[in-house]
Design a protein around this ligand. Structure first.
Ligand SMILES: [Zn+2]
Length: 204
């Protein structure tokens, strides 16, 4: 049996404020820069066998700030910046919706906008990912909740982007980190100790 037959582990990544420096509603590829710690952190996760998948709310589409097509060059630039540091992206998913949007086609309640887990569930189906062995890294609690509702563990990047701290089920991160490098190290340590000390009843 090919090892690729086994569903893989992934680290899902929020985009704005997590993977890249946040510039609200930016779709200019030239203005995209990787966040501090991203090159090193993602390289470590990639080498350890995690697939890296972007999961992004892009309500700018529903709000008429930019067209959904504007995200094609954004994805390309992101892949290019990551390729420069030897890191491939396994997937790029975005939600164009917002219930209060101004573009009728996208002004709806959907199953994909975080904190709902729809994009993670779709990515898991399309890419063959085992959500229970996967993680979500994001900079707000809606990312944490989306990850947990999909069955993943989570790391919150506490970089000042969460300002409301609304509590609720599924909104307590497993870990908090100051950047993606620290987040990657926490994930690698947690999974290494899980591998050497599996919980009772865990699958081999
Ligand atoms: Zn959506």
């Amino acid at each position: 049996m090919n090892r690729l037959d086994k569903p893989g582990r992934a680290v899902f990544l929020d985009k704005d404020g997590t993977l890249i420096v946040d510039i609200p509603y930016n779709v200019d590829p030239a203005s995209i820069t990787l966040a501090p710690g991203a090159p090193e952190g993602l390289a470590r996760l990639h080498k350890a066998g995690y697939r890296l998948v972007v999961i992004s709310n892009q309500s700018g589409v529903a709000r008429g700030r930019f067209a959904a097509e504007a995200l094609v060059p954004v994805e390309s630039r992101l892949r290019e910046l990551l390729a420069e540091v030897g890191v491939p992206l396994a997937g790029f998913y975005f939600c164009p919706h917002h219930p209060e949007g101004s573009v009728p086609e996208y002004a709806t309640t959907c199953d994909c906008r975080k904190p709902k887990p729809g994009m993670l569930i779709l990515a898991a189906e399309e890419l063959g990912i085992d959500l229970s062995r996967s993680w979500f890294i994001g900079d707000i609690l809606n990312d944490v909740e989306a990850g947990h509702r999909a069955g993943c563990r989570s790391v919150l990047l506490d970089v000042g982007n969460e300002t409301e701290w609304v509590a609720g089920p599924d909104r307590t991160p497993d870990f908090t980190a100051s950047d993606l490098l620290q987040a990657a190290n926490l994930i690698l340590q947690a999974d290494a100790s899980l591998a050497s000390n599996p919980p009772t009843g865990a699958r081999a």
